[in-house]
Design a protein. Sequence first.
Length: 66
Amino acid sequence: MRSALNRAVRGVRWYVRELTDESAYDRYVAYLRENRPGAEVPSRREFERMRTDRQEADPRQGFRCC
């Protein structure tokens, strides 16, 4: 019973992180470590800044109001 509950909680957590794109940083760090072992890993804040700058520079991303 307890393991089923833990599995369900982990599943919901994974789903919410994917839905909100909270896991993007984790995927990026894993990508860097696998494909560019010598590359410096940016902090979470630096990553979010790079991502926001990239989205705002691309007109296909649409208007960002806030």
